[in-house]
Design a protein around this ligand. Structure first.
Ligand code: PHE
Length: 369
């Protein structure tokens, strides 16, 4: 019903309706003004603590709160006004609710405070993964091949006594071969030193383990050497040992031949040269045909076509005795190789010092290997 100003008030009923209507409209006007005032209050609200946010909730959103109370007015609103009043009311309710949510998050604090919303469907930031060191890569390759032949890995201490590094290996105190393996001493009486080879682990294993023994001993070793592009005062080795009844030099050759073929490929050639180590008898050094020039002769193999890769031999009876093993009953072979040398060859690295300089530009180059 539309009531125009100045319309003749010719009936009592109409007058009354008009009066009621005006009353409603004034009441509505008052409510709208109140909503406006409450909205300002809500906008200005900033929760100081959990308590004040709870007070806010009770005042505006509680069962006896302002929003509920104003909602209750809805039934008194004339039909024509219901839609727009409803919208105003809804907006007011949402204002109170969202203020409450925002302030609650702020008060609860922590990371939520930033207003940051987590989108779990976004792809993550990949954590940069490092790469294996080329020495580790080479050591693992060597280990893998010998594991296929049932060798197991044994590890020993880098700080060693004289017995396990020298004397038990048939290198008496005044043995001239000690000169070739000068090292760093932590004390001289008793002699405690940085091991010069991983053969110390072989002694420890023979002293403590049941026979047969079939082990490989990877690890870091130390020597008092001038540091250059070709040698360092520390490097890595993998040594091997097999002790059982009837182990022969033929077993040694076959084992090593299998190893180099797996490591360098079917077409690799090997040769054994007689050599000397105090702890093996007979002793040999094994060369492989140069992998760079295929035996033609180049700068790396010093024009010989051959590269020396390891020392080997049959375990000396004195060494077996020193470890409490009967050399009449048991025999064994042993071999030892450096890890850096084949790594230099495989990855075409020209300076051994690069391995320990920790230069990320160098190390990163092995990330795909
Ligand atoms: N221990 C020797 C070295 O470090 C290598 C080797 C081991 C040689 C076993 C023969 C037998 O030089």
């Amino acid at each position: 019903m539309i009531i125009k100003e100045g319309q003749p008030k010719n009936s009592e009923g109409l007058n009354e309706a008009h009066a009621i209507m005006n009353q409603y409209l004034r009441a509505m006007e008052a409510i709208l003004q109140q909503i406006e005032a409450y909205s300002q209050e809500i906008n200005a609200f900033a929760a100081a603590d959990a308590d004040s946010i709870e007070q806010f909730r009770i005042r505006f959103l509680g069962v006896k709160g302002i929003v509920k109370a104003i909602m209750g007015e809805m039934k008194n609103v004339p039909n024509e006004q219901k839609k727009s009043f409803g919208q105003t009311l809804n907006a007011f309710k949402m204002l109170a609710e969202s203020k409450y949510e925002v302030e609650k998050v702020k008060v609860e604090g922590g990371e939520k405070n930033t207003g940051f919303k987590l989108d779990i469907s976004l792809p993550g930031t990949p954590a940069p993964s490092g790469s294996r060191h080329p020495v580790t890569l080479m050591r693992n390759r060597i280990i893998e091949i010998f594991e296929r032949l049932s060798f197991t890995v044994a590890e020993g201490p880098e700080i060693e006594d004289d017995w396990h590094n020298f004397t038990a290996l048939n290198l008496d105190e005044n043995h001239p071969a000690r000169d070739m393996q000068d090292t760093f001493y932590l004390s001289t009486d008793p002699a405690i030193l940085l091991r010069t080879h991983t053969s110390n682990t072989q002694i420890r294993e023979m002293e403590s383990r049941e026979l047969p023994i079939r082990i490989i001993c990877p690890g870091r070793v130390y020597r008092n050497e001038t540091i250059s592009a070709r040698s360092h005062c520390f490097f890595h080795q993998v040594e091997g040992l097999y002790v059982d009844e009837n182990v022969s030099f033929a077993d040694l050759k076959q084992t090593l031949y299998y190893f180099v073929k797996e490591m360098f490929g079917e077409d690799v050639k090997v040769r054994f040269r007689p050599s000397y180590f105090p702890f093996t008898e007979p002793s040999a050094e094994m060369d492989i045909s140069c992998q760079l020039c295929k035996g033609e002769g180049c700068a790396v193999c010093k024009r010989t076509g051959w590269l020396e890769i390891l020392g080997c031999g049959m375990v000396h009876p004195n060494v077996l005795k020193n470890c409490g093993i009967d050399p009449e009953k048991y025999t064994g072979f042993a071999f030892g190789m450096g890890v850096e040398r084949p790594a230099l060859l495989k990855y075409g690295i020209t300076d051994i010092r690069l391995f320990s300089e920790n230069d990320v530009r160098f190390l990163e180059q092995f990330s795909g290997v």
